[in-house]
Design a protein around this ligand. Structure first.
Ligand SMILES: [Ca+2]
Ligand SMILES: [Ca+2]
Length: 165
């Protein structure tokens, strides 16, 4: 049983305007008497520390709150309502149209289709032309997932094959 009492004195503050930073003044009201007023009655229930049971799991930090707890989950994990569980990043198709997503604990991996490579977290076209695959007598054109070679005017494709340099 926990009774809380507040003793009112016969001093109260009147509403009035003050300058910024100026201390408000108190003024007495003669007709008010000191009296004891009970403002609450309650039973003190000590808060249970739910965090001792590690409810957030290995991938979360538990914060005890009055009557409950909250979890702050590590990156790649989400709060399920009771604990921290792996986030399935693949539902958001992070690899893009040219990659296959595999969900992993705390993360995910992308396996890119042929002609595509991982850039950051998504599959993008490989620019094969940077490796000069058409040789010195060919003009390379990068295409999504591949590339094409065009021969420079006057030189046959066979000649490029015979004299690659
Ligand atoms: Ca995951
Ligand atoms: Ca390409």
């Amino acid at each position: 049983m926990d009774e809380k009492w507040v003793l009112y004195s016969n001093v109260r503050r009147r509403r009035s305007w003050y300058s910024k930073g100026q201390e408000p003044k108190s003024s007495s009201k003669e007709q008010l008497l000191k009296k004891k007023v009970m403002i609450s009655v309650g039973w003190d229930c000590p808060d249970k520390n739910e965090c001792t049971g590690n409810p957030c799991g290995a991938q979360g930090a538990c914060n005890n709150t009055p009557g409950s707890y909250t979890c702050v989950c590590n990156a790649g994990y989400v709060y399920s309502g009771t604990t921290c569980v792996d986030k399935n990043e693949c539902t958001g198709n992070p690899c893009g149209a040219q990659g296959a997503c595999t969900n992993t604990q705390g993360s995910y991996t992308c396996t890119c289709n042929g002609g595509f490579e991982l850039s950051g977290t998504t599959c993008v076209d490989t620019n094969e032309c940077t490796g000069n695959p058409c040789g010195p007598q060919g003009a390379c054109t990068n295409t999504p997932g591949s590339y094409t070679c065009a021969c420079i005017a006057g030189i046959e494709e066979d000649a490029i094959a015979i004299f690659p340099q």
